[in-house]
Design a protein around this ligand. Structure first.
Ligand code: SF4
Length: 458
């Protein structure tokens, strides 16, 4: 790197102690007294709207009632029965638009109603944390069915599917080339949201038995999907979206321009935060949770300015209003209605990013206005979405760049199911790429696979 780059992109911008504080748990757990008070605020609604709003359909009123009687084990059982990654979801779900958003305590428009929802996410964490700490066995493996299932991907969808299949007695082999299981929970979510947690949860999940983790890709030049489907009784594809989208604009490969997902993964895997480099003036491009996570992490690593630029208005960002407000409180500037036009280098390193103002035209299309501006930046993070690496899956029918599945998560190839971020279901075209949704996909696909396998037996 040039001298200028070394000066602007560096590690240890903050003292080690400050870095440790910045990347510790952003939402500390409730203690037993706080949990009891929070649980007693629940109305235990019949037909609870929070349960309807939870993609995994956790019986929230029931688990909170267990907590109100200080029965943490029953509470955990209720949560994990519906959502085997309930610990992760308690930390990363956008609760303000899911369960807590539906809580009737949000009754600001009803006289006398309190405005704050029940702290469902925090209570879910309180109910489940002891399970991982003690590695408590809550579920048992079913009697061996003699069937073998291959799962491609050890992320939330793959793990949820594997656990449900193990409960039904099927033997599962999970293929994943990464050194640690967990998928996005391990590599793709900001470090301050899930510090040192994902592996304890996976270890507990795998302790049911009957699930083998194989650290290599399942598909290769010599093993295609058809061969794998012939070798196993069923295959579940849950490979996520591993490909990174490109902007295809000048300067995209200048030193200082990075993918936000790589930056987050580096931070999650770092054992010494003081070795991680970050720019002095950072620009983040995108409007989802990855963009917000990358922006906040840059600030917490010591970047002087961080500007997040999004091509549409705030209301169109997939990051929730809560996440946006959190980013602003952390000192991140949010700049809507602009798209990048080029990355400009100086001495072979990024020095500015040029943007064009955008608007929606009379036909509802997003268009550039022609007006431009530049932001000084020595570090730019692209968080413009990820895409399916479709090459190894060429035998499957795709739709909108994802694997097309039916309502039972079956793909176009007999014996092969798919779920999580890599799958597109015509029955649920607006499905969001959330951890909790991936868990539900894995669970439902497992039900369909189990039914198919038992049908074969019958
Ligand atoms: S899994 Fe997520 S959405 Fe469902 S109850 Fe728990 S925190 Fe809420």
């Amino acid at each position: 790197m040039t001298r200028r780059a070394v000066a602007d992109i560096e590690a240890s911008r903050l003292p080690a102690e400050q870095l440790r504080t910045n990347f510790s748990d952003v939402a500390p757990p409730l203690d037993s007294h706080q949990a009891l008070i929070a649980a007693q605020r629940c109305f235990y609604c019949y037909d609870a709207p929070c349960t309807i709003a939870c993609p995994t359909g956790i019986d929230i009123a029931s688990f909170i009632r267990s907590l109100a009687t200080e029965d943490r084990r029953s509470a955990a059982q209720t949560i994990l029965d519906a959502n085997i990654l309930g610990g992760s979801c308690a930390r990363v779900c956008p609760t303000e638009v899911l369960c807590e958003g539906a809580c009737v305590r949000n009754g600001a428009d009803r006289p006398g109603a309190e405005q704050q929802p029940v702290q469902i996410g925090a209570l879910q964490r309180y109910a489940t944390d002891w399970v991982y700490a003690e590695q408590a066995p809550l579920f048992t493996r079913g009697a061996d069915s003699g069937k073998r299932v291959a799962v491609l991907g050890a992320g939330p969808a793959g793990l949820a599917c594997a656990h449900h299949l193990a409960r039904h007695g099927h033997r599962v082999e999970i293929y994943d080339p990464k050194s640690k299981p967990g998928g996005l929970n391990e590599y793709g979510i900001a470090a301050y949201k899930v510090p040192d947690f994902a592996q304890a949860e996976v270890q507990w999940l795998l302790s049911i038995g009957g699930i083998e983790l194989i650290h290599r890709p399942g598909l290769s030049k010599t093993v295609n999907l058809e061969a794998m489907a012939a070798d196993y009784d069923a295959v579940f594809v849950a490979v996520g979206l591993a490909g990174v989208a490109a902007l295809n604009i000048p300067g995209e490969y200048l030193p200082g321009v990075r993918n936000a997902v790589d930056f987050i993964a580096d931070l999650r895997q770092s054992e010494d935060l003081s070795t991680l480099v970050v720019g002095r003036r950072v620009v983040v491009i995108g409007g989802g949770n990855t963009a917000i996570d990358a922006a906040i992490q840059s600030k917490r690593l010591g970047a002087e300015t961080v500007t997040l630029v999004y091509r549409r208005g705030f209301e169109s960002m997939s990051a929730t209003g809560h996440e946006q407000e959190f980013a602003k409180a952390e000192g991140v500037s949010l700049l809507p209605w602009a798209q990048p036009r080029q990355f400009i280098g100086e001495e072979d390193c990024l020095s500015q990013v040029e943007f064009e103002r955008t608007e929606v035209d009379a036909d509802g299309q997003l268009v550039g206005t022609g007006a431009g501006f530049r932001l000084h930046a020595d570090w730019a993070l692209k968080a413009i979405g990820q895409k399916l690496d479709a090459v190894p899956l060429a035998e499957l029918a795709l739709h909108r760049g994802k694997i097309r599945v039916d309502a039972d998560y079956a793909t176009s190839m007999p014996g092969v199911w798919a779920g999580g971020d890599c799958a597109f279901s015509e029955g649920d075209p607006d499905k969001q790429d959330l951890t909790v949704q991936a868990v539900e996909d894995g669970k439902r696909a497992a039900v369909a696979i189990d039914r198919a396998l038992r049908g074969e037996q019958e």
